[in-house]
Design a protein around this ligand. Structure first.
Ligand code: ADP
Length: 870
């Protein structure tokens, strides 16, 4: 294809220059893709693949109409492609085409929907990492510096960017890149390494935010490098996108409750582990009525806070809304009319806002005084932090902009963009236009009356312009001055001098009206763009109000309470799992973690509710640190610095990774990173290996967490042995999820009680699950034998021949004797001599240091005799 000429040649040339996965090139009314790109696009978007013939060759081709390009670009970009767009421009010498913009997942301004679309940059710097997240659709731009690759992943997981720029040394770390790219789910772009260079990045930041921005925001070099790379990339994506980024917000990762990526996944905050729809915490509690509100709630959940004063302000606002159902309803109803100002501001700045967008801005600004009134008018709300909802916003500026839009825009943009009285010349043009149209519209009637032509009509189409149409039967009777322009089967079309003159006038006026409207509209949009910061501030205020009202709504509907954020530990009365309680008749449970009881070993049969209890504990603490109410009758939570979870590794199993390795990796992270102020939730640690290994690891981890780390911890286990730790470690206590046994079957009670479970119900569960009766019976027998005798034989077929014996104490198998004697437990294939055991015991006890050689000799002699006696 190297020799392609003509259009395809031009395409391939542009394609080679463009740094993109795909190129869309405009050819008149279509944007076309050729060759491999055409095949990709046809496949992804279900487009028809055609062929272009050129220079005797055939090339695959796929195209989309100009008007639909944005929709197709969105679809491609959402699938992770970077698409270059070459627009066609008319010049004196014909068409020229050039790539003016590259649309990428992280720079797509046209995005709608509630979800944020972050573009991230990660750069390694001086032993740590600079991380930046920018959402060009809302102008949000966060930067921070973190210490380790795990911290980077935790932040990336929180913001869940759609595209990530990996800095020069980051991209050399294949494992990190794979994790950053969520194993192929997220686009990782290798942007120009120079953009990450300290000098160039600092320059970009200064250019965008002012000379002293980095200093006044307190950004260190790592953060500046990440922010600069984002700016550089956004600039490359096309004009206008970068203009919408007006504010840089540095944050400290430790203002948030640390939630590593695994924990965020385990707790199913924004999505479930299986990725299915619904069932995540966000799905259940999201009663926001605006997309900006929903986005904010998601940010709150993934970034719980540690600042008690801030959390208490959120609580107080939510509490006021809980206590005032009618005002709450009124606020929520009013908010329903709000559009996404954060995004609309971006579109105004970018120049892509439509008339409907500006109308939406107007309608949303109109809600501000109404909402302020609703808050002021309800004493409960007025006395709460909600009174400050619109503080810091310039009410005059908002009112001015609103009035301006009100004065300018007609309510229905389809019938003319601007109101009468907004612009004299436009009014005059529209007035004359309407007069001319009126003349044409009434022409048929006048002509029918004047000339007695009952089948005369007036119409307009593309080729003939305006015309008078007269039926065949009357066509001969038209007056002088009618000039025929077309003959149809049953009619003839005519025009007249007067009609032609009006037509010219109408065309002229239409043109003038359109040009004026465009000019006025651009000016108006610029006005709105100038106020982007104000709009974003209003948008944030509305989103904040929406979130608080939504959480209040959920709390009121589900009987949630305001937790107090003090004390030492976590105390919950009648707590529930926020998601499970929605679909189940939930049995509430208490939880008590306190200074003298920081580590709970949770036992109970399989399927009794241990995991649910653990996650419930983590979610109650998390919700408390979101500032939300929590599912309980009463709750007290001392704020934690981090929540760590390690729960059943189903997902890794599905991915075919070594589950046990993953499990131990997670445990290792927790043991390293947790502090005395952390909450650690461990579900069945050590299950992925042999029993003895597993118990040993769980045992040692418990001791370490208890003695060294001293975190608040819940540890669910089916190793009954671990319950013994409570007797020896001060701050360890046992609780169990109760089950009752009746007639050999188990009923799960779902209540959590003090103390350890007394036995394993695994076999009952097996029975309930329909495991064949002989297996269940034999399992009972084996369990019984293991408990009594610490050993059991392996039974062969045909009459139960004993072939090998398993010894629980040594964990080994030994050959059996092939006899029927199931009663004699034996480890070594022979019955054990009780005297030999005694001798061995003595041998172990012998105090060599205090025996003379002669005494030793005598002792050994004594043993020999005892053995011979037998
Ligand atoms: P385990 O971890 O002990 O195997 P799970 O926590 O997975 O058990 O719970 C088993 C089932 O019991 C789940 O379907 C869960 O929804 C339900 N469940 C757990 N706790 C409760 C409760 N307190 N009230 C009602 N149903 C519960």
């Amino acid at each position: 294809m190297a020799g392609a000429s003509g259009i395809v040649g031009e395409y391939l040339e542009l394609r080679a220059e463009a740094d993109a996965d795909l190129l869309a090139m405009q050819l008149g009314d279509f944007y076309e893709f050729f060759c491999a790109d055409a095949e990709t696009v046809a496949d992804e978007l279900d487009l028809k693949l055609t062929e272009k013939r050129s220079g005797g060759e055939r090339y695959p081709m796929a195209g989309v109409p100009v008007a639909e390009l944005t929709a197709y670009l969105k679809a491609l970009v959402e699938r992770g492609y970077r698409v270059a767009v070459a627009d066609q421009r008319e010049t004196d010498d014909g068409h020229v085409r050039a790539v003016d913009r590259v649309v990428t997942p992280g720079t797509l301004l046209e995005a709608d929907g509630a979800e944020a679309r972050y573009l991230a940059a990660v750069v390694r710097h001086a032993g740590g990492y600079g991380v930046a997240f920018a959402d060009v659709t809302t102008g949000r731009f966060h930067v921070t510096t973190v210490a380790t690759a795990d911290d980077v992943l935790a932040e990336v997981y929180r913001f869940d960017p759609v595209e990530l720029l990996a800095g020069p040394t980051v991209r050399d770390d294949a494992d990190l890149v794979a994790s950053l790219g969520a194993d192929g789910e997220r686009r990782v772009t290798e942007h120009d390494a120079d953009a990450f260079a300290p000098g160039q990045a600092a320059h970009a930041v200064r250019e965008q935010f002012g000379e002293a921005a980095a200093e006044s925001l307190g950004l260190d070099e790592a953060a500046v490098r990440a922010a600069g790379a984002v700016l550089d990339y956004v600039a490359e994506a096309g004009l206008g996108v970068r203009r919408s980024m007006t504010r840089l917000s540095p944050y400290r990762a430790d203002d948030h409750v640390a939630l590593d990526a695994t924990t965020q996944r385990n707790l199913e905050l924004a999505e479930t582990m299986t990725g299915g729809d619904g069932g995540a915490l966000l799905d259940v509690i999201d009663h926001t009525v605006t997309s900006a509100g929903s986005r904010r709630l998601s940010a709150w959940l993934t970034r719980p806070r540690r600042d008690v004063a801030l959390l208490e302000r959120r609580q107080a606002a939510i509490g006021a809304l809980v206590d005032a159902p009618l005002p709450r309803e009124a606020v929520r109803e009013t908010l329903e009319g709000a559009s996404d100002l954060e995004r609309l501001a971006g579109r105004a700045v970018h120049g892509s806002a439509s008339a409907r967008d500006l109308l939406a801005v107007r309608a949303t600004l109109e809600l501000v005084p109404a909402l302020a009134d609703r808050i002021d008018g309800a004493p409960a709300l007025a006395d709460s932090p909600l009174a400050a909802t619109f503080d810091g916003l310039d009410p005059d500026a908002a009112a001015t902009l609103r009035d301006r839009l009100e004065a300018a825009l007609a309510d229905d943009p389809d019938a003319g963009l601007f109101r009468r009285g907004y612009h004299d010349e436009l009014d005059a043009v529209v007035g004359r236009y309407e007069e001319a149209r009126e003349w044409v519209d009434t022409l048929a009637e006048r002509e029918r009356a004047r000339h007695g032509l009952s089948h005369l009509s007036v119409d307009r189409n593309r080729t003939d312009g305006y015309y008078l149409q007269v039926g065949k039967s009357e066509a001969g009777a038209v007056p002088d001055g009618y000039r025929e322009i077309k003959t149809l089967k049953n009619a003839k079309r005519f025009t007249t001098d007067a009609l032609e003159e009006r037509e010219r006038e109408i065309l002229r006026l239409e043109e003038r009206r359109d040009a004026l409207e465009r000019e006025l509209f651009d000016a108006l949009r610029e006005r709105v763009a100038d106020r982007a910061d104000l709009l974003r501030a209003v948008g944030r205020a509305l989103a904040g109000l929406d979130v608080r009202a939504a959480l209040a709504e959920h709390a009121a509907a589900n009987g949630w309470v305001r937790p107090s954020l003090d004390g030492d530990g976590v105390e919950v009365e009648a707590g529930r799992h926020p998601v499970v309680e929605q679909t189940t008749e939930f049995v509430p449970n208490d939880l008590r973690l306190s200074a003298d009881r920081r580590f709970l070993v949770v036992t109970g049969p399989n399927m009794s509710g241990k995991s649910t209890y653990l996650r419930q504990a983590a979610l109650v603490v998390l919700l408390a640190q979101v500032g939300s109410f929590v599912p309980a009758d009463r709750a007290r939570v001392s704020p934690v610095d981090a929540i760590f979870t390690r729960v059943g590794a189903l997902d890794e199993l599905a991915e075919g990774r070594s589950t046990f390795m993953v499990e131990m990796g997670e445990l290792s992270n927790i043991l390293h990173a947790a502090t005395e102020d952390s909450l650690v939730v461990l579900d069945e640690v050590g299950r992925g290996t042999a029993t003895y290994d597993g118990i040993s690891i769980a045992w040692a981890a418990t001791e370490y967490l208890h003695n060294e780390v001293r975190s608040l911890a819940l540890f669910a286990t089916h190793y009954h042995e671990l319950t013994a730790l409570a007797d020896h470690l001060d701050r360890v206590a046992n609780v169990h999820v109760a089950a009752a046994e009746r007639d050999g079957s188990v009923t799960f009670l779902r209540t959590v009680r003090e103390g350890a479970t007394d036995r394993s119900y695994g076999i009952h569960v097996a029975e309930l699950a329909g495991v064949p009766a002989p297996v269940v019976e034999r399992a009972r027998e084996v369990l019984d034998r293991l408990r009594r005798e610490r050993a059991v034989e392996a039974r062969g077929a045909a009459g139960g021949t004993r072939q090998v014996v398993f010894d629980l104490d040594s964990g080994t198998m030994a050959p059996g004797e092939g006899g029927q004697d199931a009663e004699a437990p034996a480890a070594d294939g022979a019955a054990r001599d009780p005297d030999a055991d005694d001798v061995l015991a003595d041998l172990r006890e012998v105090d060599l240091a205090n025996l003379t050689p002669a005494e030793l000799l005598a002792t050994v002699e004594g043993w020999q005799r005892r053995l011979e006696d037998e």
